[in-house]
Design a protein around this ligand. Structure first.
Ligand code: SF4
Length: 367
């Protein structure tokens, strides 16, 4: 909780904790979807501030964590080609594939570059027509419009040397996979505010009704999370299962129509493999037929590369809320941020990295 001492709204946070004490009469298991929310919860000690009867479990909303091993291997195979400049967000570089990582490939001579936007990769392709520029399109509904814009721009610019390795995933199908699992423990969700800023809230209503779970669209500041949690617990105690929007300063019911139009123009839903979880129908995005020539998997013939998940990594159980990170036997021993076994220990949004960094499970702080 030491970081809460530095938090400017500490008194307000403590007020919410008292409200939660009054509200929570029964034990509840609540999942925050987004890895950014997980890090805020652990960093600011919110999990220690709230009543012990509320168990926070950490969801699959870390795009780096859920990108399957085989896609990392395909990324590395593409990056090793001499004609390729492989562009990625920085978080992906240290994620272990089955043999190595993009960072190791770069150390061995592959031209792997960190970009802050897919549009930077398009610009690189424009400036280097003799090279093939590939962007690793990872992320949820939040980042997919940006990569769709890159595809659209590359098409309109007539670029022949730009392509996308697409690993985008969608939140609602993952929530449904968790809820429909026979071992599910989750009784309510804090949904990810930034995802809903793009997609809106409408998709969540059928889930809430079908599985009778309340869902509160929530922001990322400590007060957002505590307020979202209070709204959720109030519903749980009353036996309600509604979709509420705590993050109204950013999220509109219909989302961002322009971003949705762009997304729909470039991508269509597809079955996607989630790391540690397995295949989930209609949970990913792939390029539509009109953009299929920008598909790096086809262009570089890597779609046949497959890989089995490491047995020691229990990321699938962590990402479905069945275990907390420190309950993985490898946590802090075989698996550390310096020598990660799985992506949740690497990513800046990974639950295992958060637990390791902020002393959950008795390990030493590494940063
Ligand atoms: S601690 Fe490491 S091995 Fe265990 S689930 Fe997390 S990433 Fe996987």
């Amino acid at each position: 909780m030491k970081y809460l001492d530095e938090y400017r709204d500490r008194r307000a946070a403590e007020r919410y904790a008292r409200i939660l004490q009054t509200l929570a009469k029964n034990p509840w298991t609540v999942m925050e979807i987004c890895g950014g929310q997980t890090h805020a919860i652990v960093r600011f000690g919110l999990d220690q501030l709230i009543p012990k009867t509320i168990s926070l479990v950490h969801g699959p909303g870390c795009p780096v964590c859920v990108t399957p091993l085989e896609l990392i291997d395909r990324a590395i195979a593409i990056a090793r080609k001499p004609e390729v400049i492989f562009c990625s967000f920085g978080d992906m570089l240290r994620v272990p594939g089955s043999q190595s990582s993009l960072q190791e490939a770069r150390a061995q001579g592959a031209d792997v570059r960190v970009v802050y936007s897919p549009l930077d990769a398009v610009e690189l392709a424009r400036r280097a027509p003799e090279r093939q520029v590939v962007f690793f399109a990872v992320g949820f509904e939040t980042t997919a419009p940006m990569s769709a814009m890159a595809a659209s721009l590359a098409r309109r610019s007539g670029l022949k040397n730009f392509s996308l390795l697409v690993a985008h995933v969608l939140v609602p199908p993952a929530m449904e996979a968790i809820l429909s699992s026979p071992d599910n423990k989750v009784q309510g969700f804090l949904a990810a505010g930034h995802v809903c800023t793009i997609s809106g809230c409408a998709e969540y209503a059928p889930l809430a009704a079908k599985y009778r779970v309340p869902i509160v669209v929530t922001g990322f500041e400590p007060l957002d999370i505590l307020q979202g949690l209070a709204m959720l617990v109030r519903q749980l105690e009353r036996g309600q299962c509604e979709v509420q929007n705590q993050y109204a300063r950013s999220v509109r019911a219909g989302g961002n129509a322009a971003a949705q139009t762009l997304l729909h123009e470039v991508y269509e839903p597809c079955l996607r493999q989630w790391r540690g979880i397995g295949p989930i129908p209609a949970s990913g995005l792939r390029l539509r037929e009109a953009f299929a020539d920008l598909d790096a998997e086809q262009r570089f013939e890597v779609a046949q590369i497959a890989a089995a998940e490491p047995k020691d990594c229990l990321a699938g159980e962590v990402l479905r809320g069945l275990r907390k990170p420190h309950e993985c036997p490898a946590f802090g021993a075989l698996c550390t941020p310096e020598h990660p076994l799985g992506a949740p220990m690497v990513s800046s949004e990974g639950a295992c990295a958060a637990y390791h960094r902020y002393h959950r499970g008795g390990e030493k702080v590494s940063a």
